[in-house]
Design a protein around this ligand. Structure first.
Ligand code: CA
Length: 229
């Protein structure tokens, strides 16, 4: 899941990046409203965390730009103000949730996950692929009931596959939704990461390579294509 963080306070932006990356999100950060408005309409995100008080363009205008451009992903608004009229303006501009400063980083992660769960329309908070389970709310994987240890990058990639079981995901899909912008999707980084996840999964579910196309998560051997006709 790729998240856009818009916050002009560099220290706070850094803390948000750290907390969200630790929670398994890929994070892009913008520090002013103009750049945020452009990034939100030009790139593919799953959600955004948006400060209201920004240089060059205020947060509410940025949010309106995104909504007018058809961006439907959930937006968590951050504000130093705790006035009802501000909240109302935020919701009218298309905010999904609100957090007043100061806040705990854990709170941001919890709110973001709750927003993503609501907008994804995921009825169950646990996704399954064979013996692998992913708790969307907690952001935890379990294989055969045992906690699965993954790096932040491995976590992001596997979570993306869990949301699209059985579907072919191209390198472009994966890099667009999962990678931070500074990673080159054409390098062999993705192959290395997929290889590592595969070893940790130990064969079920399987991450199948579709040569020249991408990858597919298959729940178990019974789902495997290419068996005897
Ligand atoms: Ca600010």
């Amino acid at each position: 899941m790729r998240v856009l963080v818009v916050e002009d306070d560099e220290a706070l932006a850094g803390q948000l990046r750290q907390a969200l990356e630790a929670a398994g999100f890929a994070v892009d950060v913008e520090h002013d409203g103009e750049a945020a408005s452009f990034a939100g309409t030009a790139e593919a995100y799953s959600a955004a965390v948006l400060d209201l008080g920004l240089p060059r363009k205020d947060g509410l205008s940025v949010l309106r730009d995104w909504r007018e451009a058809g961006c439907g992903w959930p937006v968590l608004v951050l504000t130093a103000r705790n006035r009802w009229s501000d909240k109302l303006a935020g919701f009218n501009a298309g905010a999904d949730d609100y957090l007043t400063k100061p806040f705990l980083m854990d709170e941001v992660v919890l709110r973001l996950r709750a927003m993503l769960r609501r907008t994804a329309g995921v009825a169950a908070s646990v996704l399954r692929a064979g013996p692998l389970e992913y708790d969307v709310v907690q952001g935890r994987f379990a294989l055969q009931g045992q906690g699965l240890q993954l790096t932040a990058q491995e976590h992001r990639i596997l979570a993306y596959f869990m949301h699209h079981p059985g579907r072919l995901l191209t390198r472009g899909d994966i890099s667009e939704h999962v990678y931070a912008r500074d990673l080159d999707p054409d390098s062999n980084t993705l192959d290395v990461l997929i290889g590592r996840i595969r070893r940790k999964l130990g064969g079920a579910p399987r991450l199948v390579t579709e040569r020249g196309q991408g990858f597919r998560l298959e729940a178990g051997p019974e789902d495997a294509a290419g068996g005897p006709a």
